[in-house]
Ligand binder design. Structure first.
Ligand SMILES: [Zn+2]
Length: 299
């Protein structure tokens, strides 16, 4: 059994073939075409080329930077904007003569880590991506929880819970049109903006996270407290067996020490800290999760 996965990125598109045990049988990268028709053609060639080299047909899953609308099956919310309003799955199924499964990249991240990554074996997994923005995905018993509108796990656009007066008055506007989403607080640019508001100084998230300075540490404390309030809200609803972190901020070791007790403090009588771990597959999680979208073929 060959499982093919494709990660459709803004600049690069990657294909991977996973063998029965999750081992990588093939991996290729091509530049992402700049127009829709070229993309469909390129994806067809990528799959056919991989299958020629592998000597067999595979299932195909794809991680997309957006969501497939339920009902119409047209792509929405994609930052590769030429995808929006397009019937991507139908067009791929036509050219490749097989069913294709699509999921957004945060869901693929969660599925990858739940299938054979840091949360392998856990029944309910919440995958958090905290990098240039905030994303999330829920996997239950090896299946992505898409939801009625395809936005299951999209916790980036819930408002920061239990905000202080200062957080209410300084809450930045989010690109989604609302104010004070997690997306503007709990990500790299959010950390840098918070640091600048508090100190007047300019630094990147990496510089702040790596520094021993008092002001930098205070900014990290605020970030972690905000994360903990947000995670406590989702723990109260979902109570996941594991929370897996991805994205640039997942490299901050302090998160794994400081977050669990704070989430326990803000949660409803959890009786112990939640398990919050770093991802195992890093940048490959999107493409691996796409392949695992055909999870019933799992060994
Ligand atoms: Zn928002």
């Amino acid at each position: 059994m060959i499982r093919l996965g494709i990660d459709l990125g803004g600049t690069k598109t990657e294909i991977i073939a996973l063998g029965a045990g999750g081992e990588v049988a093939l991996r290729r990268r091509v530049p992402t075409p700049r127009a829709y028709d070229g993309l469909i053609r390129a994806l067809g060639e990528l799959v056919q080329g991989a299958e020629t080299d592998l000597g067999g047909r595979g299932t195909l899953g794809m991680a997309i930077p957006g969501t497939e609308s339920f009902g119409t099956n047209l792509i929405k919310n994609a930052n590769t904007t030429y995808l929006n309003g397009r019937p991507l799955r139908r067009d791929l199924e036509e050219i490749l003569a097989r069913p294709v499964r699509l999921a957004n990249d945060a869901n693929c991240f969660a599925l990858s880590e739940a299938s054979d990554g840091a949360a392998a074996g856990a029944a309910t997994v919440f995958g958090v991506i905290a990098g240039t923005g905030v994303g999330g995905g829920v996997v239950i018993d090896g299946k992505v929880l898409g939801g009625a509108h395809g936005i299951g796990g999209e916790w980036g656009h819930i408002p920061l819970p239990a905000p202080s007066i200062e957080e209410v008055t300084t809450a930045p506007l989010c690109y989604c049109g609302k104010r004070g989403c997690l997306e503007v607080w709990c990500c790299g640019p959010g950390l840098a903006a918070d640091f600048k508001r508090a100190t007047g100084r300019i630094a990147t998230a990496e510089q702040i996270a790596a520094s021993d300075g008092t002001e930098e540490r205070a900014a990290m404390d605020r970030l972690i407290d905000r994360f903990a309030r947000a995670m406590a809200t989702l723990v109260n609803i979902l109570d996941p067996d594991m929370i897996v972190m991805g994205g640039g901020l997942s490299n901050v070791d302090r998160l794994y020490r400081d977050l669990p007790p704070l989430v326990e403090k803000y949660g409803f009588n959890l009786g112990g800290p939640p398990r919050i771990v770093k991802n195992m597959h890093g940048d490959s999680s999107g493409v691996r999760g796409a392949a695992w979208l055909w999870s019933e073929t799992k060994p």
